[in-house]
Design a protein around this ligand. Structure first.
Ligand code: SF4
Length: 478
């Protein structure tokens, strides 16, 4: 491969991509202190979270002197929810003292000196050298390490090895640039999970070492097939601001069930109150800003059922059923059993009642239950099953109900079609879990046993962002 050609192609390609947050702060502020602080915050944290936390912090602590006035507890509150915020708050609290004592309250500009600062490792130091001082340094983060290996330009096991290999062979004029290019490219196209090889400018020559490309969505779906999409949006107003309408075009659902909308109809923008091209049905919780579901459908349903006939559950706006000529579509947001498992019994009671309700409907015609089930059924359905055996969403009790549910004939459509591991639909916002695909599959389409023949295809749209969940798809015979 010719690395110069690749990087020049990418230079044009990523010109319109979102700029990585630390670069942005470097360009906007030209302030080594702010670049250093933002870089410390950015480790194991999504760019949007880093940008918001940096903005909050710089309002009160944008200089060495101002940062020194903020105590650790306040720093924790300001920078939450960045990854490892407690540790980072401690680093930031000691940073001004260290800078004052050793460097005259200025950020040093050598690798050795930077490495003496709290919370600064090689990656952070390289980024500060490159972005704040324009000193040739190669900042190798997960994207640079991963993509250089995918291309076969290096063959290394760790980012440190990649940095050393690149120092030997990468032309120096690209040292500063390579991080910005590959972070933007790695976030936009060559994603860690399901890279978009189908639309990549390097597709023809890239070796794609160790890559499992994203399966392009089938277009031109047969008219005999309905596309049923489910997505826990974790706040409909929030996801709307993060490109929901563009995602809708890509998902092209016939029926779309959204959970955890956290809003009443009146609180939503008009486009969402009545989605163009769809009939809109809402079921919000009594409590404002909590739970709630909405179903959008191209075809007008014959009947709409709100709830499952039990006020304990129905006050939380969890189940909305649309009846069509030959199937029921149940959009369901199952309760979370909570960290301390205090809602485990409540959740179990809900599950039992929901199953009874669905079975009553299944006597009449096909039933599809979609939604956030808040449980990973088997070990294959989460990245760290052993560590999570006692945690909400994977307790023996929750998995046992899912066993009973499937034993009663309900079909997990995704697992009927796909037996592969690492197929997740939810990732914690912490520790760059999504980037590293440390996730859980807790969003499902389940159908009654008589309808399993109607399952045509399934998919998890991991590349669609905007929530901590991603959409899941069932193509279902009309
Ligand atoms: S072809 Fe695929 S693996 Fe190669 S750079 Fe492009 S997105 Fe990444």
């Amino acid at each position: 491969m010719n690395i110069e050609t690749y990087l020049e192609v990418l230079r044009k390609e990523v010109a319109n991509y979102q700029v990585p947050v630390v670069d942005l702060i470097a360009v906007q502020t030209k302030d080594p202190f702010k670049v250093l602080v933002a870089t410390i915050l950015s480790a194991r944290t999504k760019d949007e979270v880093t940008a918001e936390a940096s903005e909050r912090l710089f309002k009160q602590g944008g200089t060495v002197e101002d940062l020194a006035k903020i105590d650790v507890a306040t720093l924790e509150k300001i920078i939450f929810p960045v990854g490892f915020y407690k540790n980072k708050a401690k680093y930031l609290a000691t940073l001004p003292g260290k800078l004052a004592a050793d460097f005259g309250s200025k950020v040093p500009n050598t690798m050795e000196e930077l490495l003496t600062l709290p919370g600064v490792g090689r990656k952070t130091a390289n980024l500060v050298l490159a972005q704040a001082f324009g000193i040739p340094a190669i900042c190798v983060d997960t994207h640079v390490h991963r993509i250089m290996n995918i291309w076969g330009y290096v063959e290394t096991k760790t980012p440190e090895q990649t940095e050393m290999a690149l120092r030997k062979k990468l032309p120096e004029k690209y040292w500063i640039l390579v991080n910005s290019l590959l972070v933007a490219f790695g976030q936009g196209t060559c994603r860690p999970v399901g890279p978009h090889c189908d639309r990549c400018v390097l597709a023809e020559s890239c070796l794609r070492r160790g890559v499992k490309p994203r399966k392009p969505r089938k277009t031109g779906k047969s008219n005999d097939v309905l596309r049923l999409v489910s997505w826990n949006v974790n706040g409909l107003r929030a996801v709307f601001k993060k490109g929901f309408m563009e995602s809708l075009v890509e998902m092209a659902p016939d029926v779309l069930g959204l959970q955890e909308i956290k809003a009443t109809v009146e609180q939503l923008p008009t486009e969402l109150q009545s989605l163009p091209g769809y009939h809109s049905f809402f079921y919000s919780a009594d409590r404002k800003g909590y739970s709630g579901v909405v179903t959008y459908t191209k075809e007008k349903p014959e009947n709409v059922i709100r709830g499952i006939g039990d006020s304990r559950f129905d006050s939380e706006g969890r189940v909305l059923t649309l009846e069509f000529s030959n199937y029921f579509f149940i959009n369901c947001y199952f309760p979370n059993s909570k960290h301390d498992l205090s809602r485990l019994d409540f959740k179990h009671d809900f599950n039992v009642r929901l199953q009874e309700f669905a079975e009553e409907l299944a006597v009449i015609k096909s039933v599809v239950i979609c939604g956030d089930f808040n449980v990973a059924h088997k070990e294959i359905d989460l990245a760290n099953p052993r560590q999570n055996r006692k945690n909400a969403g994977f307790t023996p009790e929750e998995c046992a109900w899912m066993d009973d549910f499937t034993a009663a004939g309900w079909v997990d459509s995704f697992r009927m079609k796909n037996k592969e591991p690492d197929q997740y639909s939810w990732w914690s916002y912490r520790s760059r879990a999504r980037e590293r695909n440390i996730g859980w599959r807790i969003d499902y389409h389940c159908v009654d046993k008589k309808s399993r023949k109607r399952i045509v295809d399934v998919d998890i749209l991991q590349h669609i962002h905007g929530s901590d969940h991603c959409p899941v798809v069932l193509d279902f015979t009309r």
